[in-house]
Write a protein that binds this ligand. Structure first.
Ligand code: ZN
Length: 285
């Protein structure tokens, strides 16, 4: 099942995607909350109704006729791991971390899968992309074991951990440099775990203006998604709708030879096998 949020005719809908079409759950399921975190948290309650909706004959709209939004409207928190693919660690000239390196991206940086990405006034010449697999927390919890980790997520999506490199060097921690408005696009929808139970072994790519700049496989994560959930949940309760960026492979623009930065008009597409793609155009703020 593929969980999406879209707007059409000025109204926002939670819905399902199947075969290039989308259907509104908001219209079809009485009592469905409008808040995506609540729907994700109470998904089991509604699962049968979603399943019935997915096999419904009528009410489908072509994806081209709607505007897809972030499938989590406002995550409670966005957590992101650094230095988690061997080739990215090598290009950054770093040692393989023995502990997971985490930072927080502001929830307000969330962005739709096909919406513009701002080239910020504060740093117009250091904008970068990072192709990432994103895990979305469903049931969540605290002190989650590795065995229980798969059941704690609702599904997976494609993400771009957009980064303002110059600001990354302002401070020993990266949160502000990773939290500019529009710099956490995710989508195009959440592929739920019934369809994608294991997020490892998926091809992942960043394509900028038609040129492949990152290409790896999620099998190459240093700390895999389940380890990440175990580690994070020792510190904090993972809640429905929380979003986890799981690391980026080698090939980021800032460390490329010659250096590449995103500017107005550049088109950044991130693709992951089975999960689809997101594509944003960079626009001067
Ligand atoms: Zn990242």
């Amino acid at each position: 099942m593929k969980f999406a949020v879209f707007d059409v005719a000025g109204a926002v809908h939670i819905g399902l995607v199947k075969g290039g079409r989308v259907i509104s759950a908001t219209s079809a399921i009485p009592g469905l909350p409008t808040d995506t975190n609540q729907v994700i948290g109470r998904f089991e309650e509604f699962r049968e109704q979603f399943r019935a909706l997915e096999s419904s004959a009528d009410g489908w709209l072509a994806l081209e006729d709607v505007h897809l939004r972030s499938p989590v409207s406002r995550p409670g928190k966005i957590l992101a791991i650094g230095l988690n693919y061997a080739d990215h660690i090598a290009e950054a000239g770093r040692e393989t971390p023995t502990q997971q390196i985490w930072f927080i991206k502001a929830s307000s940086s969330i962005n739709g899968p096909f919406d513009p990405i701002q080239v910020p006034k504060a740093s117009p010449n250091s904008l970068d992309y990072e192709a990432e697999l994103v895990a979305v927390i469903g049931r969540g919890g605290r002190h989650i074991s590795r065995a229980d980790a798969p059941a704690s997520v609702i599904g997976f999506a494609v993400g771009n951990d957009v980064s303002v490199r110059e600001w990354q060097s302002h401070s020993p921690q990266w949160s502000l440099a990773k939290s500019f408005d529009t710099h956490s696009p995710i989508g195009p929808w959440i592929t739920l775990t019934d369809e994608a139970p294991d997020p490892h072994g998926l091809d992942i790519k960043a394509v900028v203006n038609g040129v492949v700049r990152q290409h790896s496989n999620t099998a190459n994560l240093v700390f895999d998604v389940w380890d990440q959930i175990v580690y994070l949940s020792q510190a904090m309760t993972l809640e429905p709708g929380d979003v986890i960026f799981t690391g980026t492979p080698g090939g980021v623009g800032w460390l490329s030879e010659p250096r590449f930065v995103l500017s107005d008009g550049d088109v950044v597409r991130i693709e992951i096998d089975k999960l689809g793609y997101i594509e944003g155009v960079c626009k001067d703020e």
